[in-house]
Ligand binder design. Structure first.
Ligand SMILES: Nc1ncnc2c1ncn2[C@@H]1O[C@H](COP(=O)(O)OP(=O)(O)OP(=O)(O)O)[C@@H](O)[C@H]1O
Ligand SMILES: C[C@@](O)(CCO)CC(=O)[O-]
Length: 513
């Protein structure tokens, strides 16, 4: 197959990770816990040291990691914000949150979100606990919170105001979004007696590219804080289905709250797929009620190409744009949203049919046409971008498949459903250079080169893998994962190798209803 996205449900170990053990690791073994500051420095070595006989962290609260996937919206973005259906699938690019408990003498909570350059510490006793714990405001861990409490958001502001005061405005916006999301969840789920901790975040998901980075980090934060307040059971392999389902729903509800802090009025589809994994058919008609969610466990192995225009965008800005269009032209905009809904429903019907064959030219062409129509409708809503149009043009010209933007648009990523057999487009490549007698070149290879030349970035990923996962304690191959190593691991491969990503059934555990 020439595509770069395959279905993780069919290939559970589809996440790629380095197999050779030669990747050099940082040498620092300094513990985050100041009780260990006096421990003898470990000699200069690039090898990881087994845990046997060494006490590196508090055995009652060992460091642990939670992880959650990003997503692609296959059909229905934007329409889903307005009560229509969407189909989204988990991708194998994931975020990881390492939680390290400090000694009790410290009364601080720190965020080290190095991908975005955020490093901030609050004093736990100084935080606005009174506002969040007030009997009229206090939420239980099992509550369904469907909107932010403006009084609580206001009570946080003094503590958000001192986040990265010297950062450039664009970077500061990103820091404040992530810090607000964490702080609201911390204040809602924690208490003045919460343990002092460092929350270190790393993610392989590009930020603001339409791949659900904010939902993925919100799921990680929600799961970690719920674990810490002992509101979750499992995950364990023999957990009964409805119990596993309940834990996932708990995580999902608070992740939605985190998402609201980052981009205003999310539909909830991103955090739902980041929590549950696989693929979902999602619809939220009434924001005061839970959405209708159908987990699509048998999501077909679609041959997809995932490309980032590298044009940054803001989800909230794109969502606001569509809401404004709908206000100005209600009948026209609603017609477009209804058409997108019809596409999503028709796709769900097609892929649920037993006779659907993702290898068949006819089935893929039918689906592909719906990709193109959905993209055109999104363009009509005003959420495309010249770079997305250029990307679509290059793919059309190569004749390898059908393209649509994915996520909020305004830049970010596009997905192409690849033809089983690409059609040779004779208006391109060697013929244009008068070299028609030669063998036609592989159109996929030519396209890849063009994408590279024009600054687009292509991702290798699988579709439909696991949702939120836990590595408790943060030990892989008998070695505790160190905060310093985690924060400095290089790129996606470095992080995945360090945390043992994809080695399911060994250390990582998932709720699998
Ligand atoms: N690795 C990360 N570390 C810390 N914060 C992050 C990270 N990735 C994303 N974020 C937070 O999420 C925000 C990006 O959210 P946004 O909704 O704009 O993009 P997205 O979720 O990637 O795209 P989409 O919602 O279209 O799928 C950032 O501003 C930042 O606050
Ligand atoms: C644009 C949107 O539909 C998808 C963002 O990934 C917004 C949302 O559903 O929250």
């Amino acid at each position: 197959m020439n595509g770069s996205v395959t279905n993780g449900a069919a290939k559970p170990n589809g996440v790629r990770h380095a197999t050779n053990g030669t990747h050099a690791r940082p040498k620092s073994r300094e513990s985050a816990d100041d009780t260990h500051r006096d421990a003898p420095a470990v000699a200069n070595t690039s090898k990881r040291i087994p845990m046997h006989g060494r006490k590196e962290s508090n055995p009652l609260a060992p460091p642990f990691i939670v992880s959650a996937p990003g997503k692609v919206i296959v059909f229905g973005e934007h329409a889903v914000v307005h009560g229509k259906a969407a189909i989204a699938a988990a991708i194998s690019l994931r975020s990881y949150l390492l939680v390290t408990t400090l000694s009790k003498s410290k009364r601080t909570v720190s965020l080290k979100f190095t991908d975005i350059g955020l490093d901030h510490t609050w004093n736990i006793p100084d935080l606005p606990w009174k506002a969040f714990q007030h009997p009229t405001k206090k939420k239980k861990y099992y509550d369904m919170v469907t909107s932010l409490d403006p009084d609580l958001v206001e009570a946080m502001q003094a503590h958000i105001a001192n986040v990265s005061p010297d950062a450039k405005p664009e970077a500061r916006k990103i820091h404040i979004a992530a810090a607000s999301s964490f702080l609201y969840l911390f204040l809602s789920l924690g208490s003045e007696l919460s343990p002092p901790c460092i929350y270190a975040m790393r993610s392989a998901i590009p930020i603001a590219a339409g791949l659900g980075s904010s939902a993925s980090i919100s799921v990680c934060m929600s799961a970690a804080l719920l674990i810490q307040c002992r509101a979750l059971s499992g995950p364990h392999p023999d957990q009964i289905s409805h119990e596993a389902e309940e834990q996932l729903e708990r995580i999902n509800r608070w992740a939605f709250v985190g998402e609201m802090l980052i981009h205003g009025t999310p539909s909830g589809v991103d955090n739902t797929v980041a929590t549950h994994g696989r693929a979902v058919l999602f619809q939220r008609k009434d924001y005061s009620k839970p959405p209708a969610v159908k987990i699509l466990r048998e999501f077909p192995e679609l041959p997809l190409l995932l490309v980032n225009t590298r044009q940054p965008k803001s989800t909230s800005a794109e969502v606001t744009k569509v809401a404004a269009l709908r206000q100005r032209h209600p009948t026209v905009a609603d017609g477009i949203l209804d058409s997108i809904d019809a596409i999503t429903r028709s796709v769900h019907e097609i892929i649920s049919d037993e006779t659907f064959d993702p290898q068949s030219e006819e089935s893929i062409t039918h689906l592909g046409e719906l990709f193109s129509i959905n993209h055109a409708l999104l363009t009509a809503l005003g959420v495309s971008h010249p770079k997305l149009e250029r990307l679509r043009y290059l793919v059309d010209e190569a004749g390898v498949g059908w393209t649509k933007l994915t996520g909020a648009g305004g830049g970010g990523c596009a997905i192409t459903l690849l033809r089983p057999t690409p059609s040779i487009n004779h208006s391109t490549s060697s013929q244009l250079n008068g070299e028609a007698a030669h063998e036609p070149e592989d159109p996929m290879r030519l396209l890849e080169q063009k994408l590279l030349d024009e600054g687009f970035e292509r991702y290798e990923t699988t579709l439909g893998g696991d949702g939120v996962g836990v590595l408790y304690p943060a030990i892989v191959d008998d070695v505790e994962i160190h905060q310093e190593e985690f924060l400095t691991a290089e790129g996606r491969q470095g992080i995945e190798e360090l945390v043992g990503a994809g080695r399911d059934g060994e250390a990582w555990k998932y709720w699998r209803p």
